[in-house]
Design a protein around this ligand. Sequence first.
Ligand code: DX5
Ligand code: ZN
Length: 216
Amino acid sequence: MYVAPSILSLDYSKFKEQLDTINEKCHYIHFDVMDGHFVPNLSFGPDIFKAFRKNSNLFMDVHLMVSDPSYFSDVFIKAGADGITFHDEALGTLEDKMALINKIHNNYCKVGVSIKPKTDVEAIIPLLESVDLVLVMSVEPGYGGQAFIDSAYDKIRQLDEYRKKHNLNYLIEVDGGVNDKNAHKLKDCGCDIIVVGSHLFKDNLEKNIDDLNVYE
Ligand code: DX5
Ligand code: ZN
């Protein structure tokens, strides 16, 4: 199970130092994009993203918490994203969701679909054979530092069973309230990637990553 640091919580006065640590110890960087509309908060645009891209060869996983994922997927693919994850709730029809998935794939970029805590796995079943990753939100999207919502465990188990049964190979990622207390259980449920923000950056970044890398 891999650790994807959520750089929403990075200490920007130590940008280079913290990014060097992440480059050395991780495989992914999780980059949260918020538009102040799909979620009541704003985060980063493509210029900040490019500063990370310039200083890292890790897989840059862009989590779009936006109402217009089609527009922003173009923006972040152009900026150098390796993977784009959109929210199922942001698009209405299966046709629109499939069109977005195909567009992103046609740009040689991986695609993830994310569900909020109140959305059931059933909502995304028709997409599962077309995506590379499913992101289960274990907090309401919008802010770092919230408490983990337990319903995520069952969703991860359900997604793991489904991919085994149907011979699919999407990755399962969880985001929100992940720490050294719940990582073990998340691995047992079948999770492949944990997104971790406030827990990693609250004090000793190196040690906090090492402690979670034991689950690799
Ligand atoms: C929340 C974001 C998360 C957030 C996680 O909307 O999607 O990626 O940064 O932060 P923690 O780990 O602090 O819950
Ligand atoms: Zn996120």
